[in-house]
Design a protein around this ligand. Structure first.
Ligand SMILES: [Zn+2]
Ligand SMILES: [Zn+2]
Length: 403
C-alpha cells in the first residue's frame, strides 16, 4: 500500500473552508433535530471523499463532542462502528501509556463554532509541546494515593512528559488529537477490494465485516460492495505463514473470477486483528491496492482465456548471476516478489513491467520468471520456466542464465 503519514492535527487549521460549507450546514441542521447518527454518517461521507480535510474533521468532531446526555437521549444515538471509523483517526486522542482512546472536546471549544458545546472535564492531560498524553486512569495510577486533588484542577501538574529530549513542562490542557498508531493513512479510492476472513465455521455478516474493516481502513458502509467476505477453515489462520497462504489462495480465486486485476498479491497487505471490535473472533483483513498497469499496446485485442501462472522476481547483483530477494530473517522470498496470478498469457509481459517497476528501489536490473500453474507450494526448477519478462520487454523470452 502507498503509505503516507497522517498529518498532525493543528488547531490553527480549523478555518472555515468554502469548499465544504454545504457539509457544515447539513450537519448543523441534523444536530439541531437531534439526528446524531445521520449527522456523523454525513461527516464520514465527506471524509470518505476527501480524507483528512479539516472541514470534514471539524464537523465530525462537532458531532462527537456533543454531551453524553445529548447523545444518549438522542432519537438517533451514534453507533460504535461509526465512532471508531478509521477516517476519524486524525481527530482521535490516544493515551500514550494504555492506548485508551477518546475524542477531546478541546479542539472544537477553542474555535469559532456554529454548535454550542458543553465544556466537559478533561479525560486526560497532555504535553503542550510533543502531545505525550495520559488518560485519567493512567494519571491516577502515577500519583501517590495520599494526593487527592482532582485531575480536572487546571493548576495541577500531575505528571510530566515522558518523552526524552522533549523538554516539555508538566502535562496540562488543552488536550488535542494525537492520531491513532494502528491506522495507516491510505487513499480510499485506491482500494480495489478488501478480503475479510473470520476464523471459524461461520461466515461473518456484512455488518460484522464492516465493523472490523471501517475501524482500520478509511471506508464507510457505502463501500460494502468492495468487501469479499469469507470464513476460515480450522488451522488456516494459525500463524503468519498460514495466513499469507490463505490470503494468496483467496486472491488467486478472485483473480480467476475476474473480480481483481492479476498479480493482486503484490498490491495487498495483511492485517491480523485479534478479537474483532464485536468480540466475535479473529479476523484477517487483506486490502488490495488498484493496479496502475495500463493495457499493453502490443497485446492483441482478442485475448485468450486466463491461465494460472507463478511469478518470481529476480535481480542482477553487481557480481554474480541472477538472484532472488529473500527475507534475511525467515529465508522466504521477499514480500511481493513471488506468488501466483491468473491472467491471459498475452498480458504477462505487461504484468512483468508492473512488478519490475514496483521494486524500482532495488536499483538493479530486474526480471520476472513465469511458471505455468500455481507453484507457490512447490520447489521451483529453472527447467520449468515458461518465459521471462524483461525490463521494457513486450514479449516473454526463453530462460537464460546470463544477463
Ligand atoms: Zn491511559
Ligand atoms: Zn513532550
Amino acid at each position: 500500500m502507498a503509505v503516507t503519514s497522517m498529518r498532525r492535527f493543528e488547531l490553527a487549521e480549523w478555518k472555515r473552508s468554502p469548499r465544504l460549507t454545504d457539509l457544515r450546514n447539513t450537519v448543523v441542521g441534523l444536530l439541531a433535530e437531534g439526528r446524531h447518527r445521520t449527522a456523523l454518517d454525513e461527516a464520514l461521507r465527506g471524509l470518505r471523499r476527501d480524507p483528512e480535510h479539516p472541514d470534514g474533521l471539524f464537523v465530525a468532531l462537532t458531532v462527537l463532542a456533543q454531551s453524553r446526555t445529548a447523545r444518549l437521549t438522542s432519537p438517533e444515538p451514534l453507533t460504535e462502528t461509526q465512532q471508531w471509523n478509521a477516517l476519524l483517526a486524525p481527530v482521535t486522542t490516544a493515551c500514550s501509556s494504555c492506548d485508551g482512546r477518546w475524542y477531546s472536546t478541546h479542539a472544537v471549544m477553542f474555535t469559532d463554532n456554529d454548535v454550542e458545546i458543553q465544556p466537559t472535564n478533561p479525560i486526560g492531560l497532555q504535553c503542550q509541546k510533543c502531545r505525550y498524553t495520559l488518560c485519567r486512569d493512567c494519571l491516577k495510577a502515577q500519583r501517590p494515593t495520599s494526593y487527592t486533588l482532582s485531575v480536572d484542577a487546571p493548576e495541577v501538574v500531575a505528571a510530566s512528559c515522558a518523552n526524552r529530549d522533549c523538554g516539555g513542562r508538566g502535562l496540562s490542557a488543552p488536550v488535542l488529537p494525537t492520531g491513532r498508531p494502528d491506522v495507516t493513512p491510505m487513499d480510499p479510492d485506491a482500494i480495489e477490494g478488501v478480503i475479510v476472513v473470520r476464523d471459524g465455521p461461520i461466515r461473518p455478516t456484512t455488518e460484522q465485516a464492516l465493523a472490523v474493516v471501517t475501524r482500520f481502513l478509511p471506508l464507510i458502509p457505502d463501500d460494502a460492495p468492495l468487501l469479499h467476505i469469507r470464513r476460515a477453515r480450522p488451522g488456516t489462520m494459525g500463524d503468519g505463514a498460514a495466513r499469507d497462504g490463505l490470503a494468496q489462495s483467496l486472491l488467486l480465486d478472485l483473480e480467476r473470477e475476474g473480480v481483481l486485476a492479476p498479480a493482486s498479491w503484490g498490491r495487498s497487505s495483511r492485517m491480523h486483528i485479534l478479537a474483532g471490535p464485536g468480540g466475535d473472533g479473529d479476523y484477517l483483513i487483506v486490502p488490495v491496492e488498484r493496479s496502475h498497469q495500463r493495457v499493453s499496446p502490443t497485446a492483441p485485442h482478442a485475448v485468450s482465456s486466463p491461465g494460472t501462472y507463478t511469478y518470481l522476481l529476480q535481480i542482477l547483483p553487481l557480481r554474480g548471476g541472477w538472484a532472488t530477494l529473500r527475507d534475511p530473517r525467515t529465508g522466504d522470498f521477499h514480500d511481493g516478489t513471488f506468488g501466483a496470478l491468473s491472467a491471459p498469457p498475452e498480458s504477462l509481459p505487461g504484468l512483468a513491467q508492473d512488478l519490475i517497476k514496483r521494486f524500482e528501489r532495488m536499483g538493479k536490473s530486474r526480471r520476472v520468471l513465469f511458471f505455468e500453474g500455481d507453484r507457490t507450494q512447490q520447489n521451483l526448477s529453472t527447467d520449468d520456466v515458461y518465459g521471462i519478462g524483461t525490463e521494457g520487454g513486450t514479449a516473454l523470452s526463453p530462460y537464460s542464465e546470463g544477463p
